[in-house]
Design a protein around this ligand. Structure first.
Ligand SMILES: C[S@@+](CC[C@H](N)C(=O)[O-])C[C@H]1O[C@@H](n2cnc3c(N)ncnc32)[C@H](O)[C@@H]1O
Length: 248
């Protein structure tokens, strides 16, 4: 069971709505996990690595994010830094259970993977756009909006930031998400010992946002902390909100 199409078919067929958090945690590795930086992945997952949709997440963290997202009113999704696209496909399918018309954008500096190409063309996922560019590129907003949009009226309800892992990149991506009027902004690697910049940005943002959530469970015996997911639910009560209110 390691073919790309089979894994995608199983993601599309899975009952995301009625499954429990534990059931989601158990099914996630069976769609296939990434094998880059294998030292970050617990050995219990070794048989799942290097095939399928090459998910680059900890199942005990992503299952909690998915549970959090269930039933949320989300019309559009952008993942900055998609790599192979495993996380993107899974989150997109969860969102589609609640809104079949969700508009979805992937962004990365690398070309679309075979996995994303298969997802889009074999499974005919419409309202799906791939932007091959740096998230700091001058044309970022034009590309996402599909045209020059002087006032930037384009809205993206959910933005997942997992591209360039430096303090300045993560902070810039956060500002971009606010300029897109994001209701929810997801941050990856908020506890990863090797991504200090992500950790610092997250600590700063927790102080100025009123609604934040963390999914940072670890696996035993790893020696260091890895990954970690943080979510900001943007609220008009947030200190930073007035600066970005034109986008909401
Ligand atoms: C850790 S991987 C993303 C993993 C993916 N989100 C997942 O969960 O499977 C980071 C990705 O960000 C991309 N990247 C790095 N710098 C970037 C930038 N400035 N703009 C956009 N993407 C970037 C890399 O090419 C890489 O594919």
């Amino acid at each position: 069971m390691n073919n790309i199409s089979e894994s995608i078919r199983r993601i599309i067929d899975f009952d995301w709505v009625n499954s429990t958090e534990n059931e989601i945690e158990e099914i996630l590795p069976t769609f296939g996990m990434n094998d880059e930086y294998p030292e970050e992945i617990p050995s219990i997952f070794k048989d799942y690595m290097g095939w399928g949709v090459r998910l680059w997440q900890y199942p005990n963290q992503l299952s909690k994010l998915i549970t959090f997202l269930k039933g949320k009113k989300i019309n559009s999704y952008l993942e900055i830094g998609v790599r192979y696209g495993g996380t993107f496909i899974i989150i997109n399918e969860v969102l589609k259970r609640y809104n079949d018309y969700v508009e979805s954008h992937c962004l990365d500096i690398i070309p679309p993977s075979e996995i994303l190409d298969t997802y889009q063309h074999t499974f005919v996922r419409e309202r799906f756009y791939y932007h091959q560019m740096y998230s700091q590129n001058t044309f970022f907003f034009n590309n996402i909006a599909g045209k020059e949009d002087i006032k930037l009226n384009k809205k993206i309800d959910l933005v997942f930031i997992d591209g360039c892992h430096s303090y300045t990149c993560v902070k810039q991506d956060y500002f971009s998400a606010l300029m897109l009027g994001a209701k929810y902004i997801i941050f990856h690697d908020i506890v990863n010992h090797s991504t200090q910049g992500n950790q610092i940005v997250w600590r700063e943002l927790k102080k100025i946002h009123t609604k934040t959530y963390e999914f940072v469970d670890q696996y035993e015996g790893m020696g260091q902390k890895y990954m970690g997911i943080g979510v900001i639910e943007v609220s008009p009560d947030d200190k930073i909100f007035p600066l970005f209110s034109p986008h909401y």
